[in-house]
Design a protein around this ligand. Structure first.
Ligand code: COA
Length: 260
């Protein structure tokens, strides 16, 4: 696959997707959003790819938001479509069924912060700054930022960020749970890959079903979410990986998971 505004690298089961418009701080114009949608569709279907790292090109930004030039020219109907399309792309990332880590290498603002929040984990470089400055432009989050931020950091902290439009630095983002950890800029990708590979050493179906139980379960009443978990647990007991994982433990050897 070739893209105008993305770079895609694959190595040993890991795909690294880099948003590549550094002169515009990787702002998500329509083309870039469409390419993100296409690449995640392809990565979801690619059996060779077991996990994904998403990052931004250049020294300054992960993604500095939706493209303000494009936003400024939108009618109400186009604005609603813009929002729905972006939400669907981010849902696709969250629902990929394989772990996705955002390596936040600088500004993650507006749609960029929303994009990072749709990933399963976020690791930030120490120069990263995150926020939702849409209110400063007379608009608001449209890629589910009001929802994912509240779920990640709680309503009070989310509203402070959403209503002030002020950025938080990497340390503060880590303190409030917006990012999982902060590392030196030059270690960011290695750290993200190390963490991802730790996950990928586990059973792929275990990862898939765990992501599904957490994502779906958080939107359900507790009892219903527990039932979903129990059903997935029952299903996982039918897999080869379950037999291999438990047998390997009893035989005191590392498991060889096949994802079957
Ligand atoms: N949309 C379109 N272009 C953007 C952009 C965005 N969201 N964010 C940055 N850019 C462009 C700038 O217009 C500039 O382009 P130019 O060189 O052609 O003028 C280029 O990226 C570099 O940005 P610049 O503002 O010069 O960098 P800076 O270091 O002074 O400031 C930011 C960095 C992130 C503080 C600033 O770019 C900013 O506030 N961006 C908008 C963030 C935002 O509101 N995002 C939410 C959008 S819904």
């Amino acid at each position: 696959m070739s893209f105008d505004n993305l770079l895609l690298e694959k190595r040993d089961g890991v795909a690294i997707v880099t948003v590549n418009r550094p002169d515009k701080l990787n702002a998500l114009n329509r083309r870039t959003r469409e390419e993100l949608d296409a690449v995640f569709t392809a990565l979801g279907a690619d059996a060779e790819v077991r996990g994904v790292i998403l990052t931004g090109s250049g020294e300054k930004a992960f993604v500095a938001g939706a493209d303000i030039g494009e936003l400024a020219a939108q009618s109400p109907v186009e604005g609603k479509e813009f929002s729905l399309r972006g939400q669907r792309t981010l849902d696709k990332i969250e629902g990929l069924g394989k772990p996705v880590i955002a390596a936040v290498n600088g500004f993650a603002l507006g749609g960029g912060c929303e994009l990072a929040m749709a990933c399963h984990l976020r690791i930030a470089s120490d120069n990263a700054r995150l926020g939702t400055p849409e209110v400063k432009l007379g608009i608001m989050c449209g890629y589910a930022g009001t929802q994912r931020l509240s779920r990640l950091v709680g309503k009070g902290r989310a509203l402070e960020i959403l209503l002030t439009g002020e950025m938080v630095d990497a340390q503060e983002a880590c303190r409030i749970g917006l990012v999982n950890r902060v590392v030196a800029k030059d270690k960011l990708l290695a750290e993200a890959e190390g963490l991802l590979r730790k996950m990928l050493a586990n059973g792929p179906i275990s990862l898939r079903f765990t992501l599904e139980a957490v994502n779906a379960g958080l939107e359900m009443p507790f009892a219903q979410a527990q039932y979903v978990e129990a059903t997935l647990f029952g299903l996982i007991c039918t897999t080869e990986d379950m037999k291999e994982g438990t047998r390997a433990f009893l035989e005191k050897r590392p498991a060889k998971f096949q994802g079957k």
